[in-house]
Design a protein around this ligand. Structure first.
Ligand code: ADP
Length: 490
């Protein structure tokens, strides 16, 4: 796949520090694999705290100049980055599919979404405004200004190698911040291609730095730095909590987008075809490896059998294989560990009385595909709350169907988790639409819709799914401090 990349300059294999492509000081390296075949596709520098501190210093050095540019200037550079990304989208799609496995069509969709964030923040930064407050006495005037928070650390996961970066880096740069980014070790190539394009777009040296390698060492250097004023993280709840703890020592601003365990409720008055298409699209997107994938599907008793049949038929028609092949609908999981978790959840559910409707196995695939990274999209009926797939995010291609009778019961089960990222429900009843949306303890709700993500809408969770919001105008505020100015007129 990488041989199909026409613009070879996009295939960077170094970190980017102060505008220079850089190797690790001790020459250490790590490998990047294609999860479809298991083959090594690139070798990257394994950087640690040292290189991270250099990158932070580079971001710090350029911060005053960058913060002092106008929003118009920053917006113009971001618009050029947006154009560069669009022009390179076939190449980026090949890179993304090669390192994370998702089918090319899904890579293209992610690139469009990521580019849309860049475009949106390029425009939105023009609308950052302070206030002139109504004074309480004639001798004082009171105002607020908004200013960039400073140097930002961004740590991103492998499941969306581009869009988790753009939703942090674009608003940070738009706000006048400078950034040190650490992409996931599994998917650095997409991140480096984006950095190359940012450089071509005119993002000044040091405004966007990329370090790669030893995550705990890099993360610790970022979190203990007094210079870094904010961390934007997307990833597992365990790592997010640890970073928040580390960030507390220097009182950084923290934005966390962590795990989910999304409920998907199908009420008896729902459009069942629409709901079946929705649940298959949501639960199996990126082979189940997104934090907003439907994880637990609650179906009302009267429509349960019919709905199960519709979902099973759709899932049986899917094609698992190499994401680079045109007829593949679902690619590999990122690693054998990802597959093991699905195997464990399915085994646990079957042992506790679930019924297998479709899938439930590691598919037989021709060479050179890496058998150990694939799992067939699976539907289980008669799932119950004592099963692991109720408590834990599977992060794989599993659709467990739970049964409920009363509306309250569905809400109780849906909220019975420490997570609170996305929730979905299908109904045509207005009263249900309103009351259920209010009762679900989640940061994002899809009502008769699963395509909830958008550059204009706040993305984020409640409870242990995270802190703060990305995207939309709330996503820009995360990178701005409010400064209060009181002027005495005496
Ligand atoms: P996932 O299960 O998606 O891999 P992780 O939380 O492990 O979730 O990874 C998300 C990001 O966090 C990746 O960039 C990873 O390298 C990074 N990461 C993992 N462990 C640490 C750590 N101890 N400190 C800082 N970053 C980390």
């Amino acid at each position: 796949l990488l041989s199909k990349v026409t613009d070879k300059e996009l295939l960077r294999t170094g970190g980017l520090i102060g505008g220079k492509w850089t190797q690790a000081t001790n020459r250490a390296t790590f490998h990047v694999h294609n999860p479809a075949t298991g083959k090594v596709i690139a070798t990257m520098p394994k950087m640690r705290a040292d290189e991270t501190l250099t990158a932070i210093a580079a971001a710090h050095a350029v911060f005053p100049t960058w913060a002092n540019t106008t929003a118009k200037e920053r917006g113009a550079i971001l618009m050029r980055w947006y154009q560069e990304i669009l022009n390179a989208s076939d190449d980026i799609a090949a890179i993304m599919t090669a390192e994370c496995g998702k089918p090319l069509a899904e890579s293209k969709a992610e690139i469009a979404a990521g580019a849309a964030s860049v475009e949106w923040f390029a425009a939105e930064c023009r609308r950052v405004t302070g206030d002139v407050l109504e004074t309480v006495d004639r001798s004082r005037r009171m105002l607020t200004l908004k200013q960039p928070v400073g140097v930002v650390a961004a740590i991103t996961p492998w499941n969306f190698p581009m869009s988790m970066i753009t939703r942090k880096v674009a608003p940070a740069i738009a706000a006048g911040c400078t950034v040190v980014l650490k992409p996931a070790e599994a998917t650095p190539l997409t991140a480096l291609a984006l950095a190359e394009l940012a450089d071509r777009a005119g993002v000044p040296d040091g405004v966007l730095n990329v370090v790669l390698g030893d995550a705990p060492s890099i993360g610790h250097a970022m979190m203990s730095s007094e210079t870094v004023r904010k961390i934007g993280f997307t990833g597992s709840t365990a790592v997010g909590k640890m970073l928040a703890e580390q960030a507390a020592k220097t009182v950084k601003r923290v934005s966390l987008e962590l795990g989910g365990n999304a409920p998907f409720i199908v009420f008896d008055d729902a459009d069942l075809e629409l709901a079946a298409a929705g649940v298959v699209g949501s639960a199996l997107r990126n082979s189940g490896q997104t934090c907003i994938c439907a994880n637990r599907v609650f179906v009302q008793d009267q429509v349960y059998d019919k709905f199960a049949e519709l979902v099973a038929a759709r899932v049986a028609a899917l094609r698992v294989g190499d994401g680079a092949a045109a007829d593949t609908t679902h690619g590999p999981l990122i690693s054998p560990a990802g597959v093991e978790k699905v195997v464990a959840h399915v085994g646990d559910a079957l042992a506790k009385g679930a019924k297998l409707l479709v899938g439930g196995a590691v598919p037989q695939l021709p060479e050179p595909l890496a058998g150990g990274n694939f799992y067939s999209p699976t539907v289980l009926a008669e799932a119950t709350i004592d099963m692991r797939c109720f408590r834990e995010e599977t992060f794989g291609p599993l659709i467990p169907l739970f049964r409920f009778k009363e509306d309250d019961e569905a809400v109780l089960m849906a909220n019975d988790t420490e997570y609170g990222l996305a929730a979905y429900f299908y109904t045509r009843d207005l009263r249900r639409a309103w009351t259920i949306a209010e009762q679900l303890e989640y940061g994002m709700i899809g009502l008769n819709e699963v395509a909830i993500g958008s550059e204009v809408a706040p993305f984020g969770g409640v409870k242990q799914s995270g802190l703060g919001r990305e995207q939309g105008r709330h996503g820009l505020d995360e990178f701005l401090e409010v400064k209060y100015l009181c002027m005495g007129l005496n």
